[in-house]
Design a protein around this ligand. Structure first.
Ligand code: ZN
Length: 190
């Protein structure tokens, strides 16, 4: 991404919106927006390998591991407005476990690009499957979408929930149920 070109586009956008990009408060805005966008979409330019960066550990145990309340900040691809909330990841390790901070980084890796919540949820599940080869994985995500909250009428409080289950979380109802029970009422109301 070329920040100077993006800044030029933002300057043009400001004019189109009826603003004066030369007024004091806006002088440095195009550059700031460009840098901010570079960060918010860095998922396009990072490599999965660097994100996981070897943080896969050997494990004998095969019980369920859950990382709850991972913060999610992304942007919807339909309106380029933020959606944000929490993500809960559970998996049953076969022989490898992932560091908890890696699950958060994995989430950011896919969240920092234009997304829809359904795809983001599925990509995280697939990535955990690929990185740790667990028996199964489940991801539940609860987000609020500014494109609904700022534009819609009467949708200000809606939280969208998506889930993706793979392997034993998909095939075995008891496993899936255990996962949902463990999330249970501690699922946040945001
Ligand atoms: Zn949207």
């Amino acid at each position: 991404m070329n920040e100077k070109r993006v800044a030029d586009l933002i300057r043009k956008l400001l004019v189109e919106l009826g603003e004066n990009p030369k007024r004091q408060g806006l002088l440095r805005t195009p550059g700031r927006v460009a840098r901010s966008l570079a960060y918010l979409t860095e998922g396009y330019r990072l490599k999965m390998g660097t994100v996981i960066n070897g943080a896969v550990f050997k494990s004998e145990a095969n019980n369920m591991i859950i990382a709850r309340d991972i913060e999610v900040y992304s942007m919807c691809e339909h309106h380029m407005l933020p959606f944000f909330g929490r993500c809960h990841i559970g998996y049953i390790a076969k022989s490898k476990v992932l560091g908890v901070s890696k699950l958060a980084r994995l989430t950011d890796f896919f969240a920092r690009r234009l997304q829809i919540q359904e795809r983001l949820t599925a990509q995280i599940a697939n990535a955990v499957m690929e990185a740790a080869a667990p028996e199964g994985v489940g991801v539940v995500m609860e987000c609020r979408h500014l494109c609904m909250m700022m534009r819609g009428v009467g949708k200000q409080n809606s939280v969208m929930t998506t889930s993706s289950v793979l392997g034993s979380f998909h095939d075995d109802q008891a496993t899936r149920q255990e996962f949902l029970n463990l999330l249970g009422d501690r699922r946040t109301g945001l």
